[in-house]
Structure formats: C-alpha cells, structure tokens
Ligand binder design. Structure first.
Ligand SMILES: [Zn+2]
Ligand SMILES: [Zn+2]
Length: 262
C-alpha cells in the first residue's frame, strides 16, 4: 500500500528513531547516509557474529547467499579482531561452512568430461562461476536501509531543527542520485541537483589546480584547498573512505588461546 504523504509515513512508522540515528551520523563534510550505513553495518555484523549465526535459519540464509561479500568479510574480520580479545572462532566456523559448500559445488567427473563443440557460430554459453557473497545478506539489507534513509531525508531536510544539516554533511554522488530518483517534490530535487552540481564543479576546479600545480612550470606555487582533491573526489564518487576496513598491522597469525571469550 502506498502512503502518499511522506510525513504521514514517517510518523506512522515511528521513524523518529531513524531521525535520531541520522542526527548522530551528521559529521561535517561526510555523506549523512554513508555515515549512518557504516555504523549500522558494523552493528549488524557484530550482532550476527555474537548471536545471529547461532540461529540455523539465519545461518542457512547466510550460506544461501554464499556468505559475505569481500567488503563485509573484512569488516567481520576486523570486528572479531577488535572485539574478541582472546580470538574469536565465529568467523572460522563460518569459513568452514563456506569451504564445505564450495567443495560440494566443484564440478563432477561427468561434467568435466562433457565434450563441448567449439564452433564460431555457436551461441556463447552462460557462465556462472562461483562468486563469494553474490547474495550477501548484509549488502541486501544495506540497500533496503539506504533507500529508506534517503526517503526519510526528504522529510527531515524541511524540518526547522534539521536546518543546514544536509548542507553541512552533503550526500555522496550515489546517495544524491538515489535521492533524485526517490524524492517526490520537484523543488526538493531541484535544490539537491543544484547543490550537487556546485559540489562537482568545485571538485573539478580543485582537480584542475592540483594537476596544474604539479606541472614543472607551476611547482613554485603553494598548494591551497586542492591539496586533498583526489581523496575528496574518491569520497564523493564512492562514499566514505572508512567503509573500507584496512588490515591492522601485527594481527597476522594471532591464535585462539582457548579462553573462548566471545
Ligand atoms: Zn553516501
Ligand atoms: Zn556484502
């Protein structure tokens, strides 16, 4: 059922909780939605490792999606490394399950012996090679959540208490484009489009200056705001840098000492 008025939908679903969550995600210059999703996925994966994976139904759904995608796998590893000081075995159990499934998917002798006729006129056959996390449950839930966050933002941005928040933590390109598709009011979309274009043009000018000042003829010119134009551009194009968990040095080879702290 479609509810026409976004405010009614907001109130009827008690989305005030999301409002406080989004307000907590406001960090100057960082996409509000990316920030919120980054916190949310850490909490979701933490709960999954702590108790969700013990549920046979949840575990089956996880395995059906072929486990974590690459990014969520490394987030899970980082959470386990940081949160289970004695060394968790949750990920080891999930890895064992996934390896078992992968082994069961190896082609049979009969499949290997099937002779394929090679002809330039033959239709190319469909190939479905194994991809880890091709149905990652965290990616799926993340997409659902980001759509609902973007939708709610249209209502929040017009609230007096939210004045300026969206401008101070502007959406990344993906979330701005998503808002331009999801939002309802043409005036809201027009404002967002204008802000996005200004942001992109400013980035372009900074990148031009960055490139120009690396030329031998201009190397004497001091760097200005363009000095971090590349990481800022990557952030605008792909979302938050901190969504990518970087491996901490010195964690390699840490063994479970058997204390079983989980
Ligand atoms: Zn974003
Ligand atoms: Zn994922």
């Amino acid at each position: 059922m479609q509810i026409a008025d976004p405010q009614a939908k907001f109130d009827s679903r008690s989305h005030w909780f999301t409002e406080s969550s989004l307000a907590g995600s406001a960090r100057l210059g960082e996409c509000l939605v990316c920030s919120n999703l980054s916190e949310w996925e850490r909490q979701a994966i933490h709960s999954f490792l702590w108790e969700g994976m013990m549920s046979p139904v949840v575990r089956r759904e996880f395995l059906k999606g072929r486990g974590f995608c690459g990014r969520h796998f490394w987030i899970a590893k980082r959470i386990e490394d940081d949160g289970w000081r004695a060394g968790g075995i949750g990920l080891a159990i999930l890895c064992e399950n996934l390896v078992e499934h992968a082994t069961a998917e190896l082609p049979t002798e009969a499949e290997l012996n099937r002779h394929e006729l090679i002809s330039p006129f033959r239709r190319k056959r469909d190939i479905h090679a194994f991809i880890a996390g091709s149905g990652c449950i965290f990616c799926r839930d993340r997409m659902e959540r980001e759509e609902s966050l973007v939708e709610i933002l249209e209502y929040l941005k017009n609230k007096p208490t939210w004045s300026g928040r969206l401008e101070q933590s502007p959406l990344c390109l993906h979330h701005a484009m998503l808002a331009l598709e999801i939002w309802r009011e043409p005036e809201d979309k027009r404002q967002l489009r204008a802000a996005l274009e200004t942001q992109l043009r400013r980035l372009q000018a900074d990148l031009n200056n960055f490139i120009r000042k690396h030329d031998w003829n201009h190397r004497e010119e001091p760097m200005g705001r363009e000095k971090d134009a590349v990481p800022r551009t990557i952030q605008v194009l792909t979302g938050l840098l901190r969504q990518f968990p970087f491996q901490k040095a010195g964690l390699r080879g840490r063994a479970n000492n058997g204390n079983g702290e989980r």
